[in-house]
Design a protein around this ligand. Structure first.
Ligand code: CTP
Ligand code: MG
Length: 209
């Protein structure tokens, strides 16, 4: 289990999101709880932060990008399959994770993805542009799951060819391997902008963990 948590939270503007408190727990604590069942959890921390390793949790200093952070963690990972989850997604729905795991085991590469609720339109310099068929599009979430060797090969190729990607499925697909889309859950959104935090604070009140 790889947890990229090394970002600086620029768009939110409240410091690194890993240490952001939501309903009395930090986002990092929430992720560690959600994946407590994992044999090994590897966390990339923001530069300058250190934490003591625990029995099944190892901390490393992250890289300059999400991709770099994941690659750093991946190089030390073991096991047949690896899951990657953004710590900035604090609401982990166990049923969705089970669906993802099953698909990743079966196909070697899978990601959670959610449907779009709104009309999807191009922005033509501030004007309403072409309407895209929203059923042809998905919002990519995490966790994503891959055969470890496949993800390693994808990262190596991305690095060698100077490709930078915002998620791991992108570079696995570039390698030529299909990535299964598994129904995600709209509650597994990523806290990115200040209004996301307000929504998260509301949801945290009724969240079971
Ligand atoms: N991440 C990481 N290392 C980086 C950048 C991002 O491990 N160098 C992680 C973040 O901690 C987060 C996930 O990747 O869990 C998704 O990134 P994002 O939502 O973009 O978080 P930040 O990069 O922190 O936010 P921003 O882009 O607004 O600065
Ligand atoms: Mg970022």
């Amino acid at each position: 289990m790889l947890l990229p948590a090394a970002g600086s939270g620029e768009r939110l503007g409240k410091g690194p999101k890993a240490f952001l408190r939501l309903g009395g727990k930090t986002l990092l604590e929430r992720a560690l709880e959600a994946f407590a069942w994992a044999d090994e959890i590897r966390v990339a921390l923001p530069p300058g932060h250190t934490l003591q390793d625990e029995v099944n949790v190892t901390y490393r200093s992250g890289g300059a990008s999400r991709q770099e952070s994941v690659y750093l963690l991946l190089q030390e990972a073991r096991g047949e399959l690896v899951l990657v989850h953004d710590v900035a997604r604090p609401f982990v729905v166990p049923e969705a994770v089970e669906r993802l795991l099953e698909a990743a085991q079966k196909t070697g590469a899978a990601t959670l993805a959610a449907t779009l609720a709104d009309t999807l339109v191009q922005n033509w310099r501030g004007r309403y542009g072409g309407v895209l068929p929203r059923e042809d599009y998905q919002l990519v979430q995490t966790p994503q799951g891959f055969r470890r060797e496949l993800l390693l090969a994808a990262h190596r190729q991305a690095l060698a060819s100077g490709v930078s990607a915002t998620d791991d499925a992108q570079i696995v697909m570039r390698l030529g391997h299909a990535v299964a889309l598994v129904p995600g859950d709209r509650r597994m959104f990523k806290i990115t902008y200040p209004e996301d935090l307000e929504i998260a604070e509301g949801l945290a009140k009724s969240w079971k963990s």
